[in-house]
Design a protein around this ligand. Structure first.
Ligand SMILES: Cc1cc2nc3c(=O)[nH]c(=O)nc-3n(C[C@H](O)[C@H](O)[C@H](O)COP(=O)(O)O)c2cc1C
Length: 363
């Protein structure tokens, strides 16, 4: 019977288990957004995951807005990632880089005082910390022109080339959690009247154009897409998530991608990501014939159940991987789990980052 420890072919890669490390922003990159040795050590510690998906990584200056998050748009960033990928591979792991443009939730402090960009000039409620740690409110973004949309797609393309040149095994397009691609998909933000707005087909166009560019550049077996159909994070809403994300799943099914990665609360988890809508995942599972990674509040038991019941092909774990570098081994041996310390999720330095112990029976 297939379970979390069964190997799986995900695109070009044969993974030794179905326990995936979810992308996790940790804010440990250098001042110029370069990944450093501390990050390499953190990821290498977690190489027993079937696949590590990196923290969200900016594809351009325009899309950058999170203090000490990494980038992948300069040669220096690329060399930083090269070190990370080498150390993960040396430890036996697989590594994808998550490609990120934050769109309207970039505050001007990060982009020389300019306005952020989005599908439409619709402001998100909320605040973001600037480089000095001060909370600043989001501003009303500027609507991207069609020429600028093509330029952003080229930025994704260039970032994917750098990622592969840096030795990453693939890229995950971050189309979830209210960032730029999601700002085109969901009509709480997208109010365009051109071919990128209005109908569900039109709102999906930006996503499919990026995916087309990525698979032409790096190949479909090296591309995954992350989606969050019902998550309201970053002030997101949509009038009909069932119809939109069923269409998205059907459309992505034609690309032969490595996987799609869906964030929705695990059954009965009462997870914080739960939104005021029933989960769309079952509909997407029907609409998509390839591999689905699922994520959102899973425990070992609920993940095993989901795999055994064929609700997903692999399960991603976020906070559990923060606290347990040896998570697959702990699951396999039924060892107790370390508890994540939320205070150090986004702090600086090694504390709460590379100092979570692996399990030792004598500790
Ligand atoms: C500290 C932290 C950072 C996160 N950073 C990202 C990120 O960079 N990209 C992303 O797609 N999701 C990010 N997420 C969401 C997680 O990938 C995951 O969806 C969420 O933690 C739910 O999974 P879990 O219940 O297994 O933790 C982050 C979550 C946390 C707690």
């Amino acid at each position: 019977m297939t379970d979390l420890f069964s190997p799986i072919q995900l695109g070009d890669y044969h993974l030794h288990n179905r326990i995936i490390m979810a992308p996790l922003t940790r804010g440990r990159a250098d001042d110029d957004y370069t990944p450093n040795q501390l990050m390499a050590e953190y990821y290498a510690q977690r190489a027993s995951a079937g696949l590590i998906i990196s923290e969200a990584t900016a594809i351009s200056h325009q899309g950058y807005g999170w203090n000490h998050a990494p980038g992948i748009f300069t040669k220096k960033h690329q060399l930083g990632w090269l070190n990370v990928a080498e150390q993960v591979h040396k430890a036996g792991g697989h590594f994808f880089i998550q490609l990120w443009h934050m769109g309207r939730v970039v505050i001007p402090d990060f982009i020389n005082g300019q306005l952020p960009v989005s599908s439409s000039p619709v402001k998100a409620e909320g605040v973001m910390r600037n480089q000095q740690g001060e909370k600043k409110p989001y501003v009303t973004p500027r609507e991207l022109t069609q020429d600028e949309i093509q330029a952003v797609i080229s930025d994704y393309e260039r970032a994917s080339i750098r990622a592969i040149d840096a030795g990453a095994d693939g890229v995950e397009l971050h189309a979830a959690n209210g960032y730029l691609v999601d700002q085109f998909l969901r009509n709480g933000v997208n109010q365009r009247t051109d071919k990128y707005g209005g109908s569900i087909e039109n709102r999906t166009r930006f996503l499919t154009e990026i995916v087309t560019a990525l698979i032409e550049t790096v190949g479909p077996g090296k591309v995954g897409v992350r989606l969050s159909p019902t998550n309201s994070y970053n002030d997101m809403t949509d009038s009909d998530p069932d119809a939109l994300f069923t269409h998205v799943a059907q459309t992505l099914d034609q690309f032969n991608l490595a996987y799609i990665h869906i964030i929705e609360p695990a059954p009965d988890s009462g997870h914080f990501l739960a939104a005021d809508h029933t989960c769309v995942t079952p509909l997407m599972r029907q609409a998509y014939s390839g591999n689905i990674i699922h994520n959102g509040g899973y425990t070992f038991d609920s993940a095993q159940t989901a795999i055994k019941n064929n609700q997903a092909d692999a399960i991603a774990f976020g906070t559990l991987f923060i606290a347990n570098p040896d998570l697959p081994k702990r699951f396999q041996e039924q060892y107790p789990l370390n508890k994540p310390d939320t205070h150090t999720f986004y702090s600086h330095g090694p504390e709460g980052y590379i100092d979570y112990p692996t399990y030792s029976p004598n500790a």
